[in-house]
Design a protein around this ligand. Structure first.
Ligand code: GLA
Length: 380
């Protein structure tokens, strides 16, 4: 049984009737362009074949009630009386509700079942998937068209202003607007996108180190603040506005750490644009070199890797069939993404998993994934 059938079955078990709508909202992996989104830079993620699935039917009383299969827990609230932010997974639903209300949307209630196979805490955007599923629930019940960029911004506001995580726009944007068989180059300044095909005969492999950093929140917010400090020093609004030449001038008086953060962002933006060209030219070798360089910069300049990520990336890079590998997502733990020759993908996954387990004693999760489309209603 696939997850669509599963969530449909669970809904029928609970409510004794068919759901009115089933929504799929995918997780994502970022191929390149890390820690650039909140400096209004470039990113190149793709949606993966792991997603949050939400089966719903409308309610007339303004209540939202969602049952999470994985957590065996129900989140329930009154749209007209959200109260203050609290703890737990229900806050993603509430945060989206709050942001939509704040922007003047008229919302009606619903109830249903949520299930997801996006691993939580691995850096594959399980929360953005839930946010976009929630945004789609309100959209479809209102009979509105899906406005991907607007709903991505709603999800980001939910994270920033309701949940209190100072994240950028990448995760929601790719979950909302991905296109099957493609990565998307997103300009995080104006949210314009360009479709980028994966090079032929390549697979994207995600290698979860299984290491999790508990201070991801503070580390992430520190990096953001350092990027803002660097932009201020150089007299630009965002690091996006700085080029390599300007970066070498006027460094006097700038804290060395802050300078390295700026070097990462400026060089990473460039790597995204170069990678896009490599992908368009069907050149996985060049793309892989940029991925490796991205990892080095995230390790040395941005300092968001940890020992496990560095080990996993190194093992992946030296395993036959691999064009390039790098940490993906916020960092401090989580996953490495690798671009691998299709006919080596399975063997690559097994070999890296064995090597990694031998060194760390940790059993990594490995996903050979397909680029999927963005958030959609799959049954109505
Ligand atoms: C997290 C955030 C994104 C982005 C990445 C780093 O996934 O949610 O907005 O900043 O980290 O690239």
């Amino acid at each position: 049984m696939n997850l669509k059938e599963f969530v449909q079955q669970k809904f029928t078990d609970l409510y004794g009737t068919e759901p009115a709508f089933i929504i799929r909202a995918p997780g994502r992996v970022n191929l390149i362009g890390e820690h650039t989104d909140y400096s209004e830079g470039f990113v190149m993620p793709m949606a993966i074949d792991r997603a949050a699935w939400l089966a719903i039917r409308p309610r007339e009383d303004g209540i939202v009630s969602a049952y999470s299969v994985e957590l065996d827990d129900r989140a329930e609230f009154d749209i007209g009386n959200l109260g203050e932010p609290g703890e737990g997974w229900g806050e993603y639903l509430k945060g989206v509700t709050w942001a939509l209300l704040d922007e003047g949307h008229e919302l009606s209630g619903w109830e249903g079942v949520l299930t997801s196979d996006v691993p939580v805490g691995a850096g594959l955007s399980s929360s953005a998937a839930i946010e976009m599923a929630t945004a789609m629930a309100y959209t479809v019940l209102a009979g509105d068209d899906w406005n991907a960029a607007a709903m991505a911004k709603i999800g980001q506001r939910a994270e920033n202003e309701w949940v209190g995580a100072n994240t950028g726009i990448m995760d929601q944007m790719i979950s909302a607007s991905a296109v099957k068989n493609h990565a998307l180059m997103i300009d995080c300044r104006d949210l314009s996108t360009q479709l980028v095909p994966l090079p032929e005969d390549t697979r994207v492999v995600i290698l979860d180190t299984m290491s999790r950093h508990t201070h991801i929140g503070s580390g992430y917010n520190d990096r953001r603040a350092e990027c803002e400090a660097a932009a201020k020093h150089f007299g630009v609004q965002f690091l996006r506005d700085l080029n390599k030449v300007e970066l070498q001038k006027n460094v006097e008086g700038l804290d060395k750490t802050v300078l390295r953060r700026a070097i990462h962002v400026v060089s990473e933006n460039d790597r995204v644009l170069q990678s896009m060209k490599a992908m368009q030219n069907q050149d996985p070798h060049i793309m892989g070199l940029y991925m490796n360089a991205s990892h080095d910069s995230l390790r040395d300049n941005f300092e968001v890797t940890n020992r496990d990520l560095d080990l996993m990336a190194a093992l992946a890079q030296e395993t036959p069939g691999c064009y390039g590998a790098r940490m993906t997502g916020g960092g401090f733990g989580g996953c490495v993404v690798a671009l691998v020759k299709t006919d080596r993908a399975e063997a690559f996954a097994n070999e890296v998993a064995t090597d990694y387990a031998n060194v760390t004693g940790l059993e990594p999760q490995i996903y050979i994934c397909q680029p999927m489309g963005g958030t959609e209603v799959v049954k109505s």
